[in-house]
Every structure is written in structure tokens, then in C-alpha cells.
Write a protein that binds this ligand. Structure first.
Ligand code: SAM
Length: 281
């Protein structure tokens, strides 16, 4: 919904606030079987992708989200080899996961193949690892995929989903987390994007509760800035089957052999610092 043709504006329902990005051009618009996919060229945030009118990715700030969705979980697991990404069709999370040398296989299960094909065209940097022999792209419902996965298949599951409405609603449920628990190996770690601390604190509490109820031993939420998402402040909630979820391979993280722009071992430790209104530990 644009106030003016030269601005893309996303109003945040019920929050009396919005984000606007100045646009140069709209370069793509399609309705896939699942959602409307639009691509804009902006003045200062590079390329922007929206799904059903909601910001998913911009060139300028996606690195924070993708790095925080992948590296904390991968440095928490003692030796991640088999990774599952649910959603994540822009492939930015997949790209980050593949930076870990220990990883032997990343299966990505995205509902909407068109999101990935459009991203390949407009976000080539995010998709540059799609042909890595360790990456397997599946186009299917992640809820069904995890329900049917063999027990003990994965070391890490990353839920890089849209908001908890429509086909993504089930990705925030206890039933789905129980299936994640079953699909993970004994030291397994799961992380899911859990929306804005300021706007969706109830959802974060409910995700934490549902992970616990699903059997995970430890649960904690990570916080990070994401200036183009509602409120500009975002979260991911992580759960572990057997270890403390805030204990991580700090030395490996501090001496990581790949480049990041936001994530580092200090950020990893600090990201678990919880605001008082969401404190559980
Ligand atoms: N970074 C984004 C955010 O938080 O706004 C998420 C981006 S990623 C493009 C989200 C993807 O989840 C979408 O492409 C959508 O098609 C996919 N998705 C939604 N529900 C799904 C489901 N049940 N199974 C698999 N993928 C799903």
C-alpha cells in the first residue's frame, strides 16, 4: 500500500506505524499459487522483495537476519552436519549455513518455488550457493515434511518462515515443534524466527512455552535489529534437546574461517540478553 507512487509503504496493522522506502522502480509483480511476489528497486536499500505486501528482504539489511538465523544455532550444536531449513525461499539463510565446513547436507523445504526462482533472478548474491553439492532444494510444505521425516535425521532445524498466518501458522505450533523434536538427533538444535519483541511479545512467550511443551530441554530467545521489519527489532527463538541453549562453541565462533557482517562471538553471547519484559532466566 503506497502513500505515493515513489514510496513503498508497509503499514503495521494495529500498531499505528509503518515503514516507507523510497523506490526508483517496480521491476516484478506476480501472483504465485501461494502469494503475491513483488520486487522493487529502492533508492537506498537496493532491491526489495515483498510477499503479500510485507517486506521479506532488502539488499541493505538482510545480512543481519540471515546471519542471526543461522550462525547462533550452528555454533550451539557441537558438530552440525545435517541441516534442515524450512521456508527461507530467498536462500539467504541457506547461503550462511553453507559457510560452515562441518555441514554435509542442507535440505531446504520452501512451499513456494516461485519465491526461490524470483530470488535467483533479483538476489543473485543470496542464491550463489544454491548449486553447492551440499544443498538440496525441495518445494513442499515444511509442516508435512517434518511430520514425515525419519526420527533423528537432522542436527539443526532452522524455521525461516513468514508471519504466523496462512500456511506459516502451523510452523509456530506445539504439534510442529514435537515433530521437530522427533526429527532431530539427540543433541539437536532448532531455531525459528519469532517476530518483533515490541509488537509480538505474546507470540514469543507462546513459542518459548510450546518448545518446552514439545520436550526441548532448554529454550531462549535471541534479539537483533532488523530495521525494515515491524518495529525495527526482531527475534529468533532457539531450543535444544540436550544442552544449554546459551552455551556455544565460543572459540570456534571467535576463530571462524568465514566472513560475516553482523554475527561474531560477542554478538552471539549478547543476543541472548533479554529485555526485562521478556525475561525468563
Ligand atoms: N525473512 C523473512 C521474514 O521473516 O519476513 C522470511 C523470508 S522467507 C522468504 C519465508 C518463506 O516461508 C516464504 O517464501 C514462504 O513461502 C515460506 N513458507 C511459508 N509457510 C511455509 C510452509 N508451511 N512450509 C514451507 N515454507 C513456507
Amino acid at each position: 500500500m503506497a502513500l505515493d507512487k515513489t514510496w513503498y509503504t508497509e503499514e503495521w496493522a494495529g500498531q499505528g506505524s509503518a515503514i516507507s522506502l523510497k523506490i526508483k522502480d517496480k521491476v516484478h509483480d506476480e501472483k504465485s499459487p501461494y502469494q503475491r511476489i513483488e520486487i522493487y528497486e529502492t533508492e537506498t536499500f537496493g532491491t526489495l522483495m515483498t510477499l503479500d505486501g510485507l517486506v521479506m528482504v532488502t539488499d541493505r539489511d538482510n545480512f543481519v537476519y540471515h546471519e542471526m538465523m543461522s550462525h547462533p544455532a550452528l555454533f550451539t550444536h557441537p558438530d552440525p552436519k545435517q541441516v534442515l531449513v524450512i521456508g527461507g525461499g530467498d536462500c539467504g539463510t541457506l547461503h550462511e549455513v553453507l559457510k560452515h565446513k562441518s555441514v554435509e547436507l542442507v535440505e531446504q523445504v520452501e512451499l513456494d518455488e516461485r519465491v526461490t526462482r524470483v530470488s535467483e533472478k533479483f538476489f543473485p548474491e543470496l542464491c550463489e550457493s544454491n548449486n553447492d553439492p551440499r544443498a538440496k532444494l525441495h518445494f513442499a510444505d515444511g509442516i508435512k515434511w517434518v511430520a514425515e521425516a525419519k526420527p533423528g535425521t537432522y542436527d539443526v532445524i532452522i524455521i525461516d518462515s513468514t508471519d504466523p498466518v496462512g500456511p506459516a501458522a502451523g510452523l509456530f505450533s506445539e504439534a510442529f515443534y514435537k515433530n521437530c523434536f522427533r526429527a532431530l538427533r539427540p543433541q539437536g538444535v532448532v531455531v525459528g524466527q519469532s517476530e518483533s519483541p515490541l509488537f509480538h511479545a505474546e507470540l514469543i512467550r507462546s513459542v518459548q512455552k510450546s518448545f518446552k511443551a514439545a520436550g526441548f530441554r532448554d529454550v531462549a530467545t535471541l534479539f537483533f535489529p532488523q530495521c525494515t521489519y515491524p518495529s525495527g527489532w526482531w527475534s529468533a527463538t532457539m531450543a535444544s534437546k540436550s544442552e544449554s541453549v546459551t552455551t556455544f562453541r565460543a572459540k570456534a565462533s571467535a576463530t571462524k574461517t568465514f566472513a560475516t557482517r553482523y554475527y561474531n562471538h560477542d554478538i552471539h553471547a549478547a543476543a541472548f540478553a533479554s529485555p526485562e519484559f521478556l525475561r525468563t532466566r
